[in-house]
Design a protein around this ligand. Sequence first.
Ligand SMILES: *Cc1c(COP(=O)(O)O)cnc(C)c1O
Length: 383
Amino acid sequence: MEFPFDRVASFIKGLYPGKEFIPLHAPVFNGNERKYVLDTIESTFVSSVGAYVDKFEEMMCHITGAKYAVAIVNGTNALHLALILAGVNAQDEVLGQSLTFIATYNALSYIGAQPVFIDIDRDTLGLSPEALELFLLKNADQRADKYCYNKVTGRRIAACVPMHTFGLPCRIDEIREICNKWNITLVEDAAESLGSYYKGIHTGLYGEIGTFSFNGNKTITSGGGGAIVTNNEALARRAKYLSTQAKVPHPWAFVHDEVGYNYRMPNLNAALACAQLEQLDGFIENKRELSALYQNEFEKLGIQYCREIDGAKSNYWLNAILLKDRNTREAFLEYMNSHGVMSRPVWELMHKLPMFMHAQRDEQVNAEWIADRLVNIPSSVRK
Ligand SMILES: *Cc1c(COP(=O)(O)O)cnc(C)c1O
């Protein structure tokens, strides 16, 4: 059977009626966005101090169930800070998936840490616990200092950073267990998975630290923004301190006793975030309805749709389907993008990029299989 590109395109156009061009993911501002942003201007508190920053952190705790949330200027810097908090040093290694957005590996590169790429599962599109365990059994040992070392490179394996791809939760409970066993700190890149749960716990809370992004293309946006969540009070306090230039708290004195970062989210952005977070439940309901419509249609067409696994509740940030092979993928992208329906392949795998192509990795069978076939299709909240 010829692949029915035209039927897919017209189905998607029917989901977003009256649109010339259907983007992959556009933000929707239907709530208090204007009111809260104007508040910050009228109060003059547009910068790194203000009531919306505190309110945003409270809301993030309430939504995710985290004890502590710290507002950060963007998701990449939230990851950078999270890895510092996790104790990752220059020349340490960090384990993660090759199929992800570049931010994860830029963040660890800022520290001078080295990536090691572990394969994904085909169903979750996230880090595979089996592949992780296999890699560690083959390549790692625990030394007298209790840390885990890579027998091949001699470096310390300090952290593991799984990512919940497109909002689909990975098998994070199993990953946590393996990390605990090997004394590797778990940092979750939950940038794409706000509102996604695994076995009743919000993504980002299985790890010692979790990070989120509120970039313009994410489930909710603050323009630019990020957050760190943790249940560890000492880590939360240190996150706030390091993100505010390592300033020693004092009502007027400016004293800094360490090298810090200017990573605090401005109040202007937090105002937008608060208005968006108020609508999160409705957005997710809307996105899950869209996902159900896609699942039904692609089942009829015999095309594989990437759905959540048992025990997972995805926010379905970006919908994804798997095509027959790379050639079909290319033809699909060509057809959709020239017919007003935006479609995109997955990111180029990290181990193919010039900065990381020499990093240690396992076979990457699933990551390469997925990268050949996967496309994302329009996923915005429908008004
Ligand atoms: C969006 C994203 C980030 C962070 O992005 P920012 O644009 O810096 O907020 C990090 N990791 C992943 C997987 C992402 O999708």
